[in-house]
Design a protein around this ligand. Structure first.
Ligand code: WTA
Length: 669
């Protein structure tokens, strides 16, 4: 296993944490799922998990053409669900609520400067239809890819829903990614159009999105015919006639009715590029029917959505959490969502709590990194706000350490609100493991157990399932589920090798009728009560402030600098961000020292920030003459992690090709 230091900490808490928080009786009494219902659902799923999902898909979604085939596994592990059914995701998220909820608020959105805008379900319908019609008029058709590069504003949801409405496949790129990352993703998806804004505001700065699009398109992206620009800041932008169009102009005289494009359940709803262990992010491809079912049912069960709820998931739409729990899941349930454009510290650390107070948020879902950052600012800050409408808290994106969990529980939850610690991935489409707030007793730091219909196991290095509790090893999912990724866009080989090949050739397994194991890439411990504790990634994926980054991506960004010959990047525990980035760099020519080292280090950090985006900026750069390598030429990352953390070297360094380098890495030579 890869990351001994953070693993050690997580293992320690999974072994020593004994606090147990059963659901409050009054919450459970009103919850959609109580303990009895949960056990019924589990029994039903255990008896026939395909029939279980099929029942839910029939009952919970509106189909234009109901399906008769629930699961098609002929090409496993390229599973297909509900294959002969047809539906439209935007119809399910919007139109089906209009009869009874046309005037209910769908979106309450606050810009960083404090401007608030709202959309009822009817207004959302109209805006989505107008943009959908305008996109069609621009030549965007079913199956085309559209890249969305927008701030956290209602337009992001409108754009995603408009694509869904016409059967175009969207690929949202996080607004914090650079022009270069944007270009890679546009080219990867061969996108026909880009939807962006003149800018957004974050942390008091204007993020110049249109400028980044111009830069990306200047150096490639031949496939892009049109760029739709939403006016947000009003600042002047460069304009390419014939290619660029204003959102408000193309939607001005457009009909607010657009017949949904009924698509097959397997039609790709979106691609989302995410980091893995190579330098090239992969386009995770999700379906329409199965994905929507996962988004819908997990929102309903885990967030216990009721008609009066106001649901705020703080994730950006650029990440999967912003897809499933901002743009799709809650709306499919007819819930009101809150969106916020800016940073949690603008103008001060009370911003999140003020938004909860001002908009009457009842369900609040955020990342451990935000909880840690806000906890650090002191309890007196949330105490200034009326948080009495809150009834449920959630956490996602990385393991939550028990201290942060307890702060959330005590200071925000006043020791009575349930906390749902939800484990899932871009690839899983929706939450797979989580407590159900009216049914599951929680332990600080554990995502508890798989949801009904999800079957998880722990396996050893050879792929053998470890039976019984108190097991540690690789986390695998043993049965297909509807919201699972369908493939890696344009690279099914990578889909097979990344997720299904760890314990043997999946195609041979298919021939021999062997079970498939989906390898999540996380290690986990299952405790004596059968609760899961996610220990950390086993591959070279970092979670920096909850954002997924590959060490190989940062390394290739570094070696693109003219002075860098080789680089190795590792994570090290960070009090707030969870993980921080440390880069070991070998320069071309002399190793820089003193002032030169300080200067070059600053330059390289900026260089990575510019080429990938500020989230990838290394915390520290260390120059070295060599990297520690084994005799077979493998970089000893475990050793580098110990060095980065400043801890004693306990590893056996006798297998190193160049043991002398350790002294230099430690700064002693
Ligand atoms: C980690 C984010 C512990 C995990 C939804 C996973 C978590 C990766 C949790 C996926 C959690 C996510 N507890 N670890 N509750 N949630 N992770 O694709 O390592 O950005 O594999 O999806 O985040 O990150 P991704």
């Amino acid at each position: 296993m890869n990351k001994p230091e953070s693993l050690q900490e997580n293992i320690r808490s999974s072994l020593t944490e004994t606090r147990l928080f059963p659901p409050h009786a009054d919450f459970a009494a009103k919850a959609r799922i109580d303990a009895r219902k949960l056990s019924e659902l589990r029994d039903e799923a255990a008896a026939d998990h395909v029939a279980f999902w099929a029942r839910l898909a029939h009952e919970e979604l509106d189909w234009q053409q109901p399906f008769s085939i629930a699961l098609d596994d002929a090409e496993a592990p390229n599973y297909r669900w509900f294959t002969d059914g047809a539906l439209n995701v935007s119809y399910n998220c919007i139109d089906r609520h209009l009869k009874t909820h046309a005037d209910k608020l769908a979106i309450i959105s606050e810009g960083e400067p404090g401007d608030v805008s709202t959309y009822t379900f009817q207004q959302l319908h109209d805006e989505v239809c107008k943009l959908a019609n305008a996109l069609k008029a621009l030549g965007v058709a079913k199956g085309d890819r559209v890249v969305i590069y927008l701030p956290m504003a209602p337009q992001a949801v409108i754009a995603m829903q408009a694509c869904a409405r016409i059967g175009a496949t969207h690929s949202v790129v996080f607004g914090g990614f650079s022009a270069q990352s944007l270009r890679d993703r546009i080219e990867g998806a061969n996108a026909k159009a880009v939807i962006t804004a003149d800018g957004g505001t974050r942390g008091g700065h204007v993020v110049e999105l249109k400028k980044a699009v111009d830069e990306a398109l200047a150096s490639g992206c031949q496939s892009v015919a049109k760029v739709v620009v939403y006016r947000r800041t009003g600042k002047p932008v460069e304009w390419t006639a014939g290619r660029d169009v204003w959102w408000h102009e193309i939607t001005a005289n457009t009909s607010a009715e657009c017949e949904p494009e009924w698509v097959n359940a397997e039609h790709p709803l979106f691609l989302l590029y995410t980091s893995g262990s190579t330098g090239k992010p992969k386009g995770i491809q999700h379906s329409s029917g199965g994905y929507l079912l996962g988004a819908h049912i997990t929102s309903k069960w885990i967030f216990d959505l009721h008609d009066s709820d106001v649901f705020w998931c703080t994730a950006d739409v650029g990440w999967v959490t912003g897809h499933t729990y901002v743009a799709y899941g809650p709306l499919s349930n007819g819930a009101t969502i809150v969106m916020y454009e800016g940073g949690p510290m603008t103008p001060d650390a009370g911003r999140f709590w003020k938004i909860c107070q001002d908009h009457g948020v009842t369900i609040f879902y955020t990342a451990p990194t935000a909880i840690r950052a806000l906890a650090k600012m002191g309890e007196q800050i949330p105490a200034r706000y009326d948080l009495s409408r809150l009834r449920l808290l959630g956490s996602v994106g990385e393991p939550i350490n028990p201290e942060a969990w307890m702060w959330y529980h005590r200071v925000i939850g006043h020791e009575k609100l349930p906390i749902v610690d939800t484990w899932w991935q871009t690839e899983t489409g929706a939450i797979l493991m989580s407590p159900l707030p009216g049914a599951t007793a929680t332990k600080p730091g554990s995502c508890t157990q798989p949801l009904p219909g999800i079957f998880a196991e722990i396996v050893d290095e050879a792929g053998n399932i470890i039976e019984g509790n108190d097991a540690g090893g690789y986390l695998v999912i043993t049965k297909p589920w509807p919201s699972m990724l369908r493939t890696v866009y344009d690279d099914n080989e990578r889909y097979l090798s990344t997720y299904w090949s760890q314990f043997g050739d999946p195609l041979a397994a298919r021939r021999e009728n062997k079970p498939f194991l989906y390898v999540a890439g996380d290690s986990a411990h299952r405790d004596k009560d059968g609760y899961y504790w996610i220990l950390g990634r086993m591959d070279d994926v970092l979670k920096v402030a909850g954002h997924r980054l590959g060490t190989a991506e940062v390394e290739s960004a570094l070696v693109a600098h003219p002075r860098v010959a080789e680089a190795a990047v590792v994570g090290r525990p960070h009090e707030i961000k969870g993980e921080g980035i440390v880069a070991f760099v070998i320069c071309k020519g002399e190793r820089p020292v003193d002032d030169d080292a300080v200067k070059l280090s600053r330059e390289l950090r900026e260089f990575v920030s510019k080429s990938m985006g500020p989230i990838a900026k290394p915390d520290e750069i260390r120059f070295t003459d060599q990297l520690p390598k084994t005799r077979s030429g493998k970089i000893m990352r475990r050793l580098l992690r110990s060095v980065a953390k400043g801890e004693a070297i306990t590893q056996d360094i006798s297998t190193l090709e160049n043991p002398g380098i350790v002294e230099q890495l430690l700064g002693r030579a």
